[in-house]
Design a protein around this ligand. Structure first.
Ligand code: FES
Length: 144
């Protein structure tokens, strides 16, 4: 049976019920459902490395999330920080991973960034915002 004849046979209400789910979820613009966040600005806070929340930073490759910032101890043991909010479409899925000598990666679409924020693939050409770090004793300052 042709589609037009089939839709006529089942009636307008049923035709709507059959087609509506696809209108909603088969949209080519699936990105509209992403929850977006502002890239952090005015960043200036500290983390006490002896606190439990900072425990992952005792290990090279470990990271924590605070104030929408990813704070990581890179594979060389240096403390680095970058926006947890991706420069592609502003989801808050950026994390530090040990691939390729240690990089930032967003799991939403797979953007990868160097530790200085340079995009490493073609998902986005927008650099990831990175922050300064300064260690005074056990107190780590993260700032712009
Ligand atoms: S929002 Fe991060 S890769 Fe698209």
């Amino acid at each position: 049976m042709e589609r037009k004849k089939f839709l006529k046979t089942i009636g307008a209400g049923a035709a709507f019920a059959v087609t509506f789910p696809c209108l909603h979820s088969c949209s080519s613009d699936a990105e509209e459902d992403l929850e977006v966040f502002p890239v952090p600005t005015g960043v200036d806070f500290t983390v006490n490395l002896t606190d439990t929340e900072a425990a992952p930073l005792a290990t090279n490759g470990g990271f924590i999330l605070k104030n929408f910032v990813v704070i990581a101890r890179n594979l060389e043991g240096e403390l680095v920080a970058a926006s947890q909010v991706c420069s592609h479409q502003q989801t808050e899925e950026v994390r530090f991973i040990s691939d390729d000598g240690g990089i930032f990666r967003c799991s939403t679409h797979g953007s990868r960034f160097s530790q200085t924020g340079t995009p490493l693939n073609t998902i986005t050409s927008n650099p990831l915002k990175v922050f300064n770090t300064e260690l005074n004793g056990d107190i780590l300052r993260i700032f712009e």
